[in-house]
Design a binder for this molecule. Structure first.
Ligand code: SF4
Length: 342
């Protein structure tokens, strides 16, 4: 009995999950999951893997085209070069920070880089060329400077805390960061961008959900791309946040072989709605290097959106958009089918 209870509590400990992540795929792993060893080695040398025991438990052996495996395991085409596509299309690395870790692309919002790490290295990540090198807010003084900058710019009414994944911060550090911005009267929403609901759902504890809910300004944006990612543990994590009064929305990425059909999207959006998570956006892949295997043309995205709209009620219907480097808003896919990046 004692042993069983101990095992359960270790599995539910998000820090234990992170400490036991797999960071090097070897020969045996390749044999089990049907991967080519030299190609996998070459890809992981450029784009490392990070797979917690929870992530590993979601994989299917000998199924390299499985929609969950595709999001987690190296694919040889990640190293493919695509004309006109570079590592940093939004010039994030070069964009002048307002102060350390604070960036602004839109007039009413700022982005606070709170963590450079994630609970998983998603193979389709837009920021895969920048992760680990992001300039983040690391000290009380840096946080105070960021808050001060926002205070002096009253047009800013929303703060997006992202990274990396900000939920890899401790409860204390995360709530201190949220509190500092939520206390400003000009701020209507503190948005937390996190994929832990699908990649590390044990990170959402009752204590954290309650603490974040108390601010009455926190919104959570997450990323589920396939209905199978909504496991019992993920559903429980969503319920904790929603029950604490936190609106939770989902931003999927449209990924070839993962969710590029109206049927899969229907199942995903219905399941999200059942768990009180609003399907919000479906993004076509950004024009960034390293995600060639996942690209779905905008024309196909538009076709899926239209097929989905016929089946799905408006409350569960996400907007299919592209985040184009030159645009000041998310561009509907219907407007970008002729964009060279698409
Ligand atoms: S959690 Fe988000 S930022 Fe992190 S690797 Fe995955 S897609 Fe990229």
């Amino acid at each position: 009995m004692t042993t069983k209870r101990k095992k359960v509590s270790v599995w539910s400990d998000w820090r234990w999950q992170l400490r036991h992540a797999l960071t090097d795929i070897d020969e045996v792993f390749c044999a089990v999951y049907g991967l080519n060893l030299p190609a996998t080695r070459a890809v992981q040398a450029r784009y490392p893997v990070f797979l917690t025991p929870y992530a590993l438990s979601q994989l299917t052996p000998a199924a390299p085209t499985d929609p969950i495996n595709l999001q987690m395991l190296p694919h040889p085409d990640e190293l493919k070069t695509e004309p006109g596509i570079g590592p940093d299309p939004f010039a994030e690395s070069g964009r002048a920070a307002r102060c350390r870790g604070l960036k602004q692309r839109f007039p009413d919002r700022v982005l606070l880089m709170a963590s450079a790490r994630c609970a998983m290295n998603c193979r389709h990540c837009t920021r895969k060329n920048l992760l680990g090198s992001a300039e983040t807010v690391n000290s009380q003084e840096q946080l105070a400077a960021a808050v001060d900058w926002v205070r002096q710019h009253p047009k800013v009414r929303e703060v997006l805390i992202s990274g990396g994944d900000p939920l890899l911060l401790s409860d204390r550090k995360l709530t201190e960061t949220v509190k500092a911005f939520a206390a400003l009267p000009q701020i209507d929403a503190v948005r937390i961008g996190t994929r832990t609901l699908s990649t590390l759902p044990m990170r959402i504890t009752p204590a954290l959900a309650t603490a974040l809910g108390k601010f009455r300004k926190v919104w959570v944006n997450t990323q589920f791309n396939h209905p199978r990612e909504i496991t019992l543990e993920a559903a429980a994590a969503c319920a904790l946040l929603v029950d604490a009064g936190i609106p939770v929305s989902n931003q999927s990425v449209l990924l070839k072989g993962v969710n590029d059909s109206a049927d899969t999207m229907f199942e995903l959006c219905s399941k999200l709605q059942r768990h009180r998570v609003r399907p919000y956006y479906v993004f076509v892949c950004d024009p960034v290097a390293g995600i060639a295997p996942f690209r779905v043309p905008a024309k196909r995205a538009l076709q899926i959106e239209r097929e989905l709209a016929v089946q799905l009620g408006g409350l569960a219907m996400p907007r299919f958009v592209a985040d184009l480097p030159s645009a000041l808003y998310k561009t509907p896919v219907s407007e970008c089918t002729h964009s060279p990046a698409q």
